[in-house]
Write a protein that binds this ligand. Sequence first.
Ligand code: ADP
Ligand code: 5GP
Length: 188
Amino acid sequence: MTDGSHSRPITVVISGPGGVGKSTIADRLVSRDQRLWLSRSWTTRERRDGEPEGAYVFVDRDAFQQRIDAGGFLEWTEFLGNLYGTPTPEPVAGSDVVVLEIEVDGAQQVKAQHPEAILVFVLPPTRTEQERRLRERGDHESKVIQRLRKAESEEPVGLKLADHVLVNDDLDETVNDLLRIIDRARAR
Ligand code: ADP
Ligand code: 5GP
């Protein structure tokens, strides 16, 4: 509890297909509001060229498995051959919202444990634009294809699970929509 209005932080899960803009949205979001705390995931995937070192805690499978065995993840999953997991959240003092940016299987796990968590599923304006964003980001051709294919199976699951669906066309609008969703949750 940090501001007296909630006994536990609100959990906001941002999910959506690869390249839709989740990381970009999450980073912008937390830079707009000091009380939002962004979880940093662990992954066994390699760092992409140009990707900030702090984007993830990059580890090998042994280290990841050790953390699983120690019960140190809120959720974890395998996604396109790599492991990804959310360490048990430890928001800094003064935070009233925990923000997770994860894929749909993890979002389902979080919902099962915390039904009050708010799940925001983000869609691209079009598949072509999603593809353009993946290429712009520098994903290898094989990864682009894999992620586009994966999106076809992720979207129906995400849409069913979601409390809110946002189309990330204009980035500022998407971030503003999310801030409004969070403010409404705080007011409840
Ligand atoms: P994700 O985390 O969903 O895989 P990223 O945040 O890495 O996606 O974004 C993929 C690419 O799309 C990045 O190059 C990012 O700058 C760009 N991007 C994100 N949101 C938008 C937007 N609303 N309009 C145009 N480009 C965007
Ligand atoms: P990427 O390789 O593009 O960074 O991430 C691949 C997918 O894994 C994305 O959908 C991203 O949101 C998701 N992801 C990132 N961190 C986690 C996590 O901790 N748990 C789960 N379940 N998914 C994650």
